[in-house]
Design a protein around this ligand. Structure first.
Ligand SMILES: Cc1cc2nc3c(=O)[nH]c(=O)nc-3n(C[C@H](O)[C@H](O)[C@H](O)COP(=O)(O)OP(=O)(O)OC[C@H]3O[C@@H](n4cnc5c(N)ncnc54)[C@H](O)[C@@H]3O)c2cc1C
Length: 301
């Protein structure tokens, strides 16, 4: 059994069985992971991944849990958390090697403390470096990929390799590394010297965030913006605000946000996502693509 093999191979790491995932996800939904591990180093993570491959276990990677929905009930497989991969090493005054589990907010503080800039657009985005790179997180037309020099991953064959950024294809909330289920373990990023306008840009982005729905658990924007359009606007025009399934409700402030007002389940949220996508499709013919990564369910609209 995988859990026992892991305990023998890596006696010091945290290994849990039937571990609740909802407290680890910002939407607060989801069931339990059959196995949940929190490796302390990149090499430990590689060993965990390799043993899981040997045992044919589905592998899920969890960063900050701010863009993911796990299914209700028991999730067969192993969830590997990056939360203990936290090293930050400055290689030059401008270039940093940063582990996947470091929070984006911590990186922003480091950048500002070092009188650097260029990442202000990411102000207020929750989650980790790994999650930000794999989803090319960003705002205002910018994505974190603009600052990445190289990315180190655990490959599907459990080797660790580093790729230059020009070997990686990025798009709007997309990165080619996710296509083959690679695990990002660290990234090298370069920033520019700080400029006067940086503080203002940072504060503008923080102000935009303060206007987003808060007070209830959520996972940010539910859908990606279709080309040349706004998902929030389409959802609003199709009457999605305040739609609800169980305790999952579409925010009345921003129709692209689904809130958990108490005890929503994954199925509630997924049903609501499906209903919203269907309404938009029925009245506009546009198929909205979820921005949130949904495991264990396929939406068909
Ligand atoms: C209030 C709020 C506001 C938000 N605003 C924005 C915004 O403005 N712009 C934006 O882009 N996003 C936004 N988001 C979404 C989210 O914060 C980002 O997508 C974030 O980058 C996700 O990182 P994470 O570590 O939380 O990833 P998780 O939610 O843990 O995981 C998301 C996906 O990435 C994968 N993943 C995570 N880490 C790794 C890794 N190391 N290697 C491989 N795969 C990995 C997971 O397997 C999963 O498929 C917002 C979310 C919230 C809650």
């Amino acid at each position: 059994m995988l859990a026992n093999k892991l305990r023998i191979a890596l006696p010091d790491i945290i290994i849990k069985e039937n571990w609740p995932l909802s407290p680890l996800c910002t939407l607060g939904v989801g069931g339990e992971a059959e196995i949940f591990v929190v490796p302390y180093s990149i090499e430990d993570m590689r060993i965990v991944f390799s043993l899981a491959l040997d045992e044919n276990y589905p592998v899920y990677v969890l960063g900050g849990g701010s863009n993911v929905i796990f299914p209700d009930g028991l999730l067969h497989g192993i969830v590997i958390s990056t939360s203990n991969l936290k090293s930050i090493e400055w290689r030059t005054p401008f270039t940093v090697d940063i582990d996947a589990g470091v929070k984006l907010s911590v990186l922003l503080s480091e950048v500002r403390d070092n009188d650097l800039g260029g990442i202000e657009f990411a102000a207020g985005i929750p989650g980790t470096i790994g999650g930000a790179v794999i989803g090319n997180a960003g705002a205002g037309g910018h994505g974190v990929c603009e600052l990445v020099d190289s990315v180190t991953t655990i490959e599907p064959n459990a080797e660790i390799i580093t790729r230059n950024n020009n070997m990686i294809d990025y798009g709007y909330r997309r990165c080619s590394l996710s296509d083959e289920k690679r695990i990002i373990v660290s990234a090298r990023m370069t920033f520019r010297a700080s400029q006067h306008k940086d503080r203002e840009i940072f504060e503008n982005f923080m102000m935009l965030r303060s206007r987003q729905p808060h007070g209830h658990k959520n996972a940010g924007c539910t859908f990606k913006n279709p080309e040349g359009n706004s998902a929030g606007k389409l959802l609003d025009e199709c009457g999605c605000k305040n739609l609800s399934v169980g305790d999952a409700i579409v925010s009345d402030k921003h129709a692209n946000f689904i809130l958990n007002r108490g005890h929503a389940s994954s199925s509630d949220v997924i049903a609501l996502i499906g209903e919203c996508a269907q309404r938009v499709y029925d009245s506009t013919g546009i198929r909205l693509e979820p921005e949130i990564k949904i495991y264990g369910s396929s939406l068909s609209v």
